[in-house]
Design a protein around this ligand. Structure first.
Ligand code: FMN
Length: 434
């Protein structure tokens, strides 16, 4: 367990993060933010003021189209649509910050490793080593439809992603230490003998070139992964620096860490750090915080909740009985989230309605509802009880709930000696302590 808690803000470059309909809340400014890069820059500076390790954009590169087999609910209610590109936004946030880590989700589905390495390593170089990549294999039908690609079976997507990573590593390592000499007198920029040529002819990818960028301080971005099926865990144990997991309850978090650590140890020595999603909901009193969450819940029509849940789990729930227990079903979409959302609510399984509303409010991320002191207590409890490395903190209202968290909860954590009072390192990986 690290000596202090690490925090990563968990966002989406769309009208909502993980609380659907939040764009319609009178205090929310996300719609203005989407059209004004300066507001995004202010947002990032607030996180930096709160000494967050970084911010991290999830991404839904297609439209959630499973519910009623249609995109209409997602479009009508702004459920992760419009879906703006997070990597483009990162470059503006690089310019506005100096310590904050900046990560984006990029799916291996429609992209080629060369383009990904070129794009993220350019940003990593420009930012002095502050970039991260959340590797996803593309579980959304809408993503495949948008790019006109066939949907590969779940485990084959991971097999393809393994090859994708091989090409990435070869490109990241191609330009050796000392290769760039930039000798003005001699007119020599770099030593070709220190630049390894990548020659890859695989089942899914071909790549014949040299590394496209100046090696950055991190050399490769911080690697995040959030697939928690058996196959997803194998992948993350091999590649991830940090694994993101959603577990609605403390018991589930503890079980996840125990099982994941055991699986990693059985596979070898490498045990990636784990970060759990949390959603703080603050109020002057517990009752006020509860009223805030109730008001957010009331705005979410059940069809919106089912759009978000069904899209991720790859299931059209529209014909199913809402008050029946949600049983685990076979899916080619997100098996990890299927497991999390069919887990127990106390001593009984979630009903479909409960799971959908939980998912619609926070994608199953537990809400820590109360005064700043109570929220700090819960964060400390989860950190101590589970031994997790970090938290993905998803806001409700933008940017208000982030400002409140930074102003009200961060000082309490600092006073308890469990949160940093200044950045320790220069790069994202250094600050994360990985
Ligand atoms: C916390 C969390 C965040 C995720 N973020 C994204 C995302 O932004 N974009 C995406 O396409 N998939 C996302 N996923 C889905 C997973 O990365 C993964 O592709 C999916 O769960 C299928 O893998 P699995 O069956 O191994 O769980 C996320 C999953 C979790 C648990």
């Amino acid at each position: 367990m690290d000596k202090h808690i690490h925090l990563v803000s968990f966002l989406i470059h769309s009208p909502v993060n993980h609380t659907n309909m939040s764009w319609a809340h009178p205090d929310d400014r996300r719609l203005q933010m989407m059209g004004d890069v300066h507001l995004w820059q202010d947002f990032a500076r607030t996180l930096e003021r709160g000494l967050f390790d970084g911010l991290f954009f999830a991404d839904t590169p297609g439209i959630l189209d499973r519910h009623r087999d249609s995109m209409d609910d997602a479009i009508r209610c702004g459920v992760c649509w419009p879906t703006h590109d997070p990597v483009v936004l990162l470059s503006a946030l690089v310019a506005a910050t100096s310590h904050l880590g900046l990560a984006a989700t990029v799916s291996t589905g429609p992209s080629h490793p060369y383009g990904l390495v070129r794009q993220l390593s350019t940003l990593d170089y420009l930012s002095g080593g502050r970039i991260g990549w959340n590797i996803v294999t593309g579980h959304l039908r809408g993503e495949h439809r948008a790019y006109g690609l066939p949907i590969l079976p779940h485990d084959e997507r991971y097999e393809r992603a393994e090859e994708y990573m091989q090409v990435c590593y070869a490109l990241w390592d191609s330009v050796g230490d000392g290769a760039i000499v930039a000798d003005r007198e001699a007119g020599i920029f770099a030593d070709p003998a220190r630049v390894a040529v990548v020659d890859h002819d695989g089942k899914y990818f071909r790549c014949h070139t040299a590394g496209p960028t100046w090696p950055s301080p991190q050399r490769r971005p911080v690697l995040f992964q959030a697939g928690t099926s058996d196959r997803g865990q194998q992948f993350s144990i091999r590649h991830a620096d940090l694994v993101f997991a959603v577990q609605p309850r403390l018991e589930g978090m503890k079980r996840f860490i125990a099982e994941f650590t055991a699986t990693a140890r059985a596979q070898g020595d490498r045990v990636p750090a784990v970060s759990f999603g949390i959603q703080p909901v603050l109020g002057g009193t517990e009752a006020e915080a509860q009223r805030h969450i109730d008001a957010l819940r009331e705005r979410i029509p059940i069809d919106v909740a089912l759009t978000r849940l069904g899209g991720t789990l790859g299931v059209d729930f529209s014909a199913m009985e809402l008050d029946q227990p949600l049983r685990e079903m076979a899916t080619e979409a997100s098996q990890g989230l299927m497991k999390a959302m069919t887990s127990m609510l106390g001593d009984r399984p979630f009903t479909l309605r409960e799971a959908a509303m939980h998912y619609g409010l926070s994608i199953g991320i537990p809400q820590l509802v109360g005064t700043p002191e109570q929220v700090a207590d819960r964060i400390e409890e989860i950190w101590r009880e589970t031994g997790c490395h970090a938290f993905n903190v998803t806001p409700t209202i933008n940017p208000g709930s982030v400002e409140d968290f930074v102003d009200q909860v961060v000082p309490i954590l600092q006073k308890r000696g469990i949160y940093r009072t200044e950045y320790e390192g220069r790069t994202f990986r250094e600050n994360l302590g990985l």
